[in-house]
Write a protein that binds this ligand. Structure first.
Ligand code: XUL
Length: 521
């Protein structure tokens, strides 16, 4: 049997998906929500509260605990993990983990203790900055200046120096706590950290996730000496190797074999970032298919014909796990912003959907809002900024239906504006992520982009992508046949633009652009 396991450690949960390549079916799909299952880490939304809204860190031990917890749940539910032929995974991008020893130098994990008690003493920094952190503006400036400007950072790494990217975060750590930096022997991404736990030694960083660090030279797939030097001293010796995403990074450590019943020697394929993994899970690794993912962050991404870069500086180029490159634009105000509007208006998600589909019209009769409930990276708005424009009832938060439409229209218009540099007008867009299950939200996307919006039959594209990557690298099953079986469109969910709707957005788009320009964003 061809069973492959994909893991996905996102901002708010850890998921496991098992696919069977013989039958073309998903045979297991389970997750643990960090806030609910591990309340002792004090992170209801997956990160630690902080008075400064720009600072967003998580306790990496929460991710470690989630791994033992999830595998334990699978075992107690009677899942036979000895049938798994290969494992891969994905992690929230950019987040970093700091260790006082190289994982290759520590003794094998002891089955008599849990992982948290063994990994805890190895941390040289108790918390991990995650992708939502926007506190490193001075470090971004310093890195760009050290290599003679942002254009140089873009030409080497595919992105400007960006607050949440790992290089600026490492520089900030070095500046704020040089002693702890000196005591750090190894720095991982969330993805390579989890892969390292599984293989019980230092796992490399793949090109998909590595490109989100402002440290990887895209052209060669190796760390850029110039950017390493601009970031922190002796950084090269603290980073794992950078490798192509299809690399098998080792065999599962005996800890997992003995504790959870995996087969000895189960191969582990390099973990990647959640977005590159979703590119695979959405069957979109060939150019021509754009994807919108609506989760904690909203992202727009696509495989690229050539590695173009964003002239406005918000978009990124990452490695495509199937080879070549992908582009990505990320918006921090995704589900947290939608949830804020739902909370404040008291709308359930069903009512939210009805409000968009039945109670309001495209263009929202001139009511609109700026949707920055938390600091935003695209466009750059470093302090929360929510502004309501329109009739007095709307601006007083008293028109729930119009508010539901307004948040989604603002998000969709921003996605459209900030993805225009990709240079392709997609006729079909594939959508994934929790919010994409809402037909109202899909309808707004269809109307704003003037494109057909399709969901796939399997949800959690990042965990699926991880399982598919394991099947391709270990089982040598080509992506094309995996996509036929697992990345099928769910025809019933398809939504097309309503007549005349796309034209209703001209004025609104202009107002949004003008307001953002006035804010300097
Ligand atoms: C991408 C990004 C987010 C995280 C979410 O650049 O920052 O989409 O990967 O987990």
């Amino acid at each position: 049997m061809g069973l492959y396991l994909g893991l996905d450690s996102s901002t708010q949960s850890l998921s496991a998906m098992v696919i069977d390549t013989d039958t073309g079916r998903v045979v297991l799909d389970q997750s643990v929500n960090f806030g609910e299952a591990l309340p002792q880490y004090g992170s209801p939304s997956g990160f630690l509260p902080h008075e400064d809204p720009r600072i967003k860190h998580a306790n990496p031990l929460m991710w470690v605990a989630a791994l033992d917890l999830l595998l334990g749940k699978l075992k107690s539910a009677g899942t036979d993990l000895s049938q798994i032929q290969g494992i891969s995974g994905a992690g929230q991008q950019h987040g970093s983990v700091y260790l006082s020893q190289r994982l290759s130098d520590v003794p094998a994990w002891d089955i008599a203790q849990d992982l948290v008690s063994q990994v805890g003493p190895l941390l040289s920094r108790p918390t991990s900055p995650i992708w939502m952190d926007s506190s490193t503006t001075p470090q971004c400036g310093a890195i760009a200046e050290a290599v003679s400007g942002d254009a140089r950072v873009v030409s080497i790494t595919g992105s400007r120096a960006v607050e949440r990217f790992t290089g600026p975060q490492i520089r900030a750590f070095y500046e704020r706590d040089p002693e702890a930096y000196a005591a750090t022997r190894e720095i991982h991404l969330v993805s390579s950290f989890l892969a390292s736990l599984l293989v019980g030694k230092t796992a490399p960083i793949d090109h998909g996730d590595g490109a989100g660090m402002n440290l990887l030279e895209l052209a060669s797939g190796t760390w850029s000496a110039e950017l390493l030097a601009a970031t922190a001293p002796a950084l090269a010796e603290r980073l794992p190797e950078a490798v192509p995403s299809q690399t098998i990074v080792g065999e599962l450590s005996p800890y997992f074999v003995r504790k959870y019943g995996f087969r000895a020697g189960t191969p582990v394929v390099a973990f990647t970032g959640d977005n590159p993994s979703s590119l695979v899970g959405m069957g979109a690794t060939e150019p021509g298919t754009a994807v919108i993912s609506m989760g904690t962050s909203d992202t727009v991404f696509a495989a690229m014909r050539q590695p173009l870069t964003d002239p406005r500086g918000f978009g990124h180029v990452f490695g495509n796990p199937a080879g070549g490159f992908m582009c990505l634009i990320c918006f921090a105000n995704g589900s947290l912003a939608r949830e804020k509007v739902a909370e404040r208006t008291g709308l359930t998600w069903e009512a939210f959907e009805r409000a968009i589909l039945e109670e309001t019209l495209p263009g929202n009769q001139g009511n609109w809002l700026l949707p920055f409930f938390i600091p935003e990276m695209t466009p750059k708005v470093l302090s929360p900024k929510v502004e309501l424009y329109g009739n007095s009832q709307f601006t007083a938060w008293e028109q729930p239906a119009a508010l539901a439409r307004a948040i989604v229209e603002a998000q969709a218009l921003s996605m459209q504006r900030h993805s225009d540099w990709i240079g392709e007008q997609p006729k079909v867009i594939r959508v994934t992520g929790g919010a994409s299950r809402n037909r109202g939200i899909r309808q707004v996307l269809a109307d704003v982009f003037g494109a057909e919006i399709r969901s796939l039959s399997v949800g959690n594209s990042s965990a699926l992508g991880a399982a598919l990557r394991a099947a391709e690298a270990v089982g040598h099953v080509p992506f094309s046949s995996l996509y036929e079986a697992f990345a099928r469109a769910d025809e019933a969910s398809s939504v097309t633009p309503r007549a005349g709707a796309t034209d209703a957005y001209g004025g609104l788009r202009q107002k949004l652009v003008e307001r953002l320009a006035a804010l300097g964003a």
